[in-house]
Ligand binder design. Structure first.
Ligand SMILES: Cc1cc2nc3c(=O)[nH]c(=O)nc-3n(C[C@H](O)[C@H](O)[C@H](O)COP(=O)(O)OP(=O)(O)OC[C@H]3O[C@@H](n4cnc5c(N)ncnc54)[C@H](O)[C@@H]3O)c2cc1C
Length: 461
């Protein structure tokens, strides 16, 4: 390999990329960050042209279960707003001196392999195109940027938008609105719409489980801290608790879920149920076809609309790297621990995890493992070889015993407890433990936050 001192690139300066830079910096690795926007924060920076954030958005996982353990948030809000979170990532980058490592307004266009096993990163920045060679490249360009836009029979002649383009509720003023999909973003946006629109309907395919933000006066994902319960017991315990708090969503027209609690991502929004109870919006069946301004539903009913909002989620997109280099299989790359291509070709992906309650700390633990691996590969090859040997064997079960729905958006879903346990175990093989607090940068304690609380946030649709 021509590079004498190993050099690493991190693509993206959102929560995952920042965690990657920090983990590499802590190990004294030579690292360069690439960020297409002018600032850090990823999608939490609403001014980032790639951000899919909207004005009313707040965390749906609670602050203490989401923040980086090494850098607690200076906030008293349980569910801070996106503006507060943007400041948090600004402060994080400043505190650890990460900005100096990042080339801002520099978009990575292509990552390609060199004949001797290194990687060329082709980018376009303020001074034009650049090409640099690296030993390893960490991809942290986000999973919620590229809209999933399904095709529908017929043609809709009104306005049609994906939630990725939604910013604030002014857009709904006086309109007849149909929201397709009732994931977390769809429900947030429906709640925004009821205050401005002439009418709001939501078309859904399947039933959902709704989790309140507070249970017994506390953020619901902070309750019952302790050891994780086995899947079946947790489902049996939490299902009646949720039903006691939220009632039966089929009363409002939602179909009965054809799956068990936690087998798909729960909706952390009970305001939607209040508005349904107030008659502010209605649930409609799945779409059959469009016909001008008219939408026909599969139950034989129809409605007329000015605006259709597609809350149909996102699709994974790593446009600058060959699919074969990331071992794509079906809807997503098939990566060891959702991080490493099985060939250990020098690429690593951060943030390709959807999970209830994984938080940024879960992403930071991924970053610790990547940095530990790269550092060992350069300085202690036997330890690096051990991780590769583990990956050559049977891959650990990351589902925690839950049978996740076989959907595109669930194709890289993990159970946070199972996932973090395996990542921490892998990290321990390098003689390391995740950072657990601001005053204990190398402490070896367990950083799990809320093992048996209702599992809630993280994924959006
Ligand atoms: C409305 C909403 C609410 C959410 N709520 C929660 C929550 O409550 N809890 C939770 O844990 N998660 C939540 N999420 C999930 C969210 O994705 C994560 O919190 C987090 O932002 C993921 O960080 P990331 O760094 O992986 O990706 P991103 O935040 O998407 O950052 C990716 C970065 O990469 C940059 N980039 C992309 N392509 C390139 C390129 N080619 N070259 C250079 N730079 C590039 C982008 O500009 C961006 O800055 C929410 C998401 C949304 C949309």
């Amino acid at each position: 390999m021509p590079t004498t001192t190993p050099r690493y690139a991190v693509i993206g300066a959102g929560p995952s990329g920042l965690a990657g830079l920090r983990a590499m910096q802590r190990r004294g690795l030579d690292v360069t960050g690439y960020e297409s926007s002018p600032d850090v924060g990823g999608l939490w920076n609403i001014d980032n042209p790639r951000s899919t954030m909207y004005e009313s958005a707040h965390l749906i996982s609670s602050r203490t279960t989401t923040e980086f353990a090494e850098f607690p948030m200076d906030s008293t809000a349980d569910y801070p707003s996106h503006r507060e979170l943007r400041r948090y990532f600004d402060d994080y980058a400043d505190h650890f001196g990460l900005r100096e490592l990042i080339r801002f307004e520099t978009r990575v266009d292509r990552v390609e392999r060199t004949p001797d096993g290194g990687w060329l990163v082709h980018a376009t920045g303020p001074d034009g195109p650049t090409t640099d060679e690296y030993t390893g490249v960490v991809i942290a360009n986000g999973t919620l940027a590229h809209p999933n836009v399904p095709t529908f029979a017929g043609e809709f002649t009104g306005e049609i938008l994906h939630t990725s383009a939604y910013k604030d509720a002014e857009l709904f003023e006086g309109k007849r609105v149909l929201i397709i999909g009732a994931g977390n973003s769809g429900c947030d946006i429906a709640v925004d719409a009821v205050h401005r629109a002439a009418s709001v309907d939501m078309s859904v395919r399947r039933g959902y489980y709704f989790v309140p933000r507070y249970l017994f006066g506390k953020p619901s994902d902070t309750l019952n801290q302790g050891r994780p319960l086995p899947a079946r017991i947790k489902q049996a315990v939490d299902t009646p608790v949720l039903r006691a708090f939220t009632g039966d969503p089929t009363r409002y027209g939602f179909p009965k879920p054809d799956y068990k609690l936690y087998e798909s991502h729960p909706i952390v929004n009970t305001m939607i149920l209040n508005h349904l109870g107030q008659g502010d919006l209605s649930i409609r069946a799945d779409i059959e076809r469009f016909d001008g301004e008219r939408v026909h539903f599969r139950d034989g009913t129809h409605g007329d609309y000015d605006l259709v909002m597609l809350a149909t989620g996102y699709t994974l997109d790593y446009p600058f790297v060959d699919r074969s280099d990331l071992n794509w299989e079906g809807f997503s790359p098939k990566l060891y621990l959702n991080i490493f291509p099985p060939s250990f070709n020098g690429l690593a992906v951060l943030g390709m995890i959807e999970a209830s309650g994984i938080g940024w700390q879960g992403r930071a633990e991924q970053a610790e493992l990547v940095a530990a691996y790269f550092a060992a590969d350069a300085r202690d090859p036997l330890k690096a070889a051990k991780l590769r040997a583990d990956a050559a064997g049977q891959w650990p079960d990351l589902t925690g015993g839950y049978k996740y729905l076989a959907l595109e958006r669930m194709s890289y879903y993990v159970n946070k407890d199972a996932y973090r346990r395996v990542v921490r175990r892998s990290l321990a093989a390098f003689g390391e433990a995740p950072v657990t607090g601001p005053d204990a940068p190398s402490a070896a304690a367990d950083s799990a936050a809320s093992d048996t609380a209702p599992a809630t946030a993280g994924a959006r649709a």
